[in-house]
Design a protein around this ligand. Structure first.
Ligand code: UT7
Length: 329
C-alpha cells in the first residue's frame, strides 16, 4: 500500500531561440514543406546554437522556471532524474551537472536513458519515490539537443528532430490525485531500427567512425512507425481497461510528439476526439526526452484539477508505455 499520492505540482520548459523551418530544410536536403507537413505534421523545430552548449543548458533553464513557478528552494530538492539520449558527456551524468548549476546541493541525481520514452519512464520512476514516502521533492527533466546527433544531409531524420527540454516537480499531494497507474515495456530486438552506431563501448569513436558518419541517428522509419502506432495505442488502451476508464473519462492524451499520424492513430484506438489530444509537434518537432513535458508546458493553463491525463510514448530501444495521472491543480 502506498502511503502518499505523487502529484505533479508544476511544469517548466525551455526551447532555444533558433527556428529551423521546413523552408530552410528545403535548401539543405531534397525535401519539401508539403511532404514534411503531410507525412509528419512538423512545420518548424528549434536548435540550440553556440559553442559548448549541451543538453544541460536547456534543462537548467527549464528547471529554473519550474523552481520559480513553484516557489521551490533548490536546496529542498531531494532528487533529479534527467531523461536524455544526448548527455553533455558520456559521464558524469547530465543530471549531476544540472544539479550543480541549479544549486540542488542536497539532491542525488542520475540520467535515465530510454530514448523517446525517457521522460515517461522517469515520471513513473520519480513518482515511486514520492509514493513510498522516501522523498518529498523530485524533479524529472526530459530534454535533448538532438541537433548534436543529427546528420543535416540525411532527409530521413533531419526533418524530424529538434532541441528542447521540459521539467516537472513531483511532491506529496491530496489523496486520489497524481500518479495512478502505468504500463511500461521495452524490446531490445528493435535496436537496429533506431540507433546511433558508434561512440559507445561496442564501437568507440575513431577517425573511421567519424568519416563514416556513425555518430548520427540512423532511423529505419517504417518499422519504427508501425511499432509506434501498435504499441503506443496498445499500452494506452491496456491502461484504460485496467482502470475502467472510458474515452469520456479521459480529459487529455499527452502523446510523444514524433509524428502527427502516430498521435492520431493512438487517439483513434483510444476512441478519444482530437480536442482531447495535446499537440505541439508543428512548432518543436521531435525533441525526444522533451516532448511530454513541453506538451504539458504549452497546455498547462488549460488543465484543471481532477482532469484524467494519459501520457503515452514510444521510442528507440524499442521502449514504450503509458501512464495515468489525475491532475492536481
Ligand atoms: O520518436 C522516436 C520514434 N520515431 C518515430 O516514431 C518515427 C516513426 N517514423 C515516421 O514518422 C515515418 O516513418 C517518417 C516520417 C520517418 C517517414 O515517413 P514515411 O511515410 O514512413 O516515409 P517513407 O520512409 O516510407 O518514405 C516514403 C517516400 C520515399 O520515397 P519512395 O521510395 O516512395 O520514392 C522516401 O524516399 O518518401 C521519401 N522521403 C522523403 N521525401 C521528401 C523520405 N524522407 C523524405 C523527406 N522529404 N524528408
Amino acid at each position: 500500500m502506498n502511503r502518499y499520492s505523487a502529484v505533479i505540482t508544476g511544469v517548466g520548459g525551455y526551447i532555444p531561440e533558433y527556428v529551423l523551418t521546413n523552408q530552410e530544410l528545403e535548401q539543405m536536403v531534397d525535401t519539401s514543406d508539403e511532404w514534411i507537413t503531410a507525412r509528419t505534421g512538423i512545420k518548424e523545430r528549434r536548435l540550440l546554437k553556440g559553442d559548448a552548449q549541451g543538453t544541460s543548458v536547456l534543462a537548467v533553464k527549464a528547471i529554473q522556471e519550474l523552481l520559480q513557478k513553484t516557489d521551490t528552494d533548490p536546496k529542498e530538492v531531494d532528487m533529479i532524474i534527467c531523461a536524455t539520449v544526448t548527455p553533455d558527456l558520456c559521464f558524469p551524468a547530465t543530471a549531476n551537472i544540472i544539479g550543480a548549476e541549479i544549486g540542488a546541493t542536497n539532491a542525488f541525481s542520475y540520467d535515465l536513458q530510454a530514448a523517446c520514452s525517457g521522460f515517461l519512464y522517469g515520471l513513473v520512476t520519480g513518482a515511486q519515490f514520492i509514493e513510498t514516502g522516501r522523498y518529498r521533492k523530485v524533479i524529472v527533466v526530459g530534454g535533448d539537443k538532438m541537433s548534436s546527433i543529427i546528420d543535416y544531409e540525411d532527409r530521413a531524420t533531419c526533418i524530424i528532430f529538434g532541441d528542447g527540454a521540459g521539467a516537472i516537480l513531483l511532491e506529496r499531494g491530496e489523496e486520489g490525485f497524481g500518479f495512478r497507474d502505468s504500463v511500461l515495456r521495452s524490446d531490445g530486438s528493435g535496436e537496429q531500427h533506431l540507433y546511433m552506431p558508434a561512440g559507445g563501448s561496442r564501437k568507440p569513436p575513431s577517425v573511421e567512425t567519424v568519416q563514416n558518419k556513425e555518430h548520427f541517428v540512423i532511423q529505419n522509419g517504417l518499422p519504427v512507425f508501425k511499432a509506434a502506432v501498435k504499441n503506443m495505442a496498445a499500452s494506452a488502451v491496456e491502461l484504460m481497461e485496467r482502470n475502467q476508464l472510458t474515452a469520456d473519462d479521459i480529459s487529455y492524451l499527452v502523446p510523444h510528439q514524433a509524428n502527427l499520424r502516430i498521435i492520431k492513430a493512438t487517439a483513434q484506438s483510444m476512441g478519444i476526439s482530437d480536442d482531447k489530444v495535446l499537440v505541439n509537434i508543428q512548432r518543436y518537432g521531435n525533441t525526444t526526452g522533451g516532448t511530454l513535458p513541453l506538451c504539458l508546458w504549452d497546455y498547462e493553463k488549460q488543465l484543471k484539477k481532477g482532469d484524467n491525463i494519459i501520457f503515452a510514448a514510444f521510442g528507440g530501444g524499442f521502449t514504450w508505455g503509458a501512464a495515468y495521472f489525475k491532475w492536481a491543480y
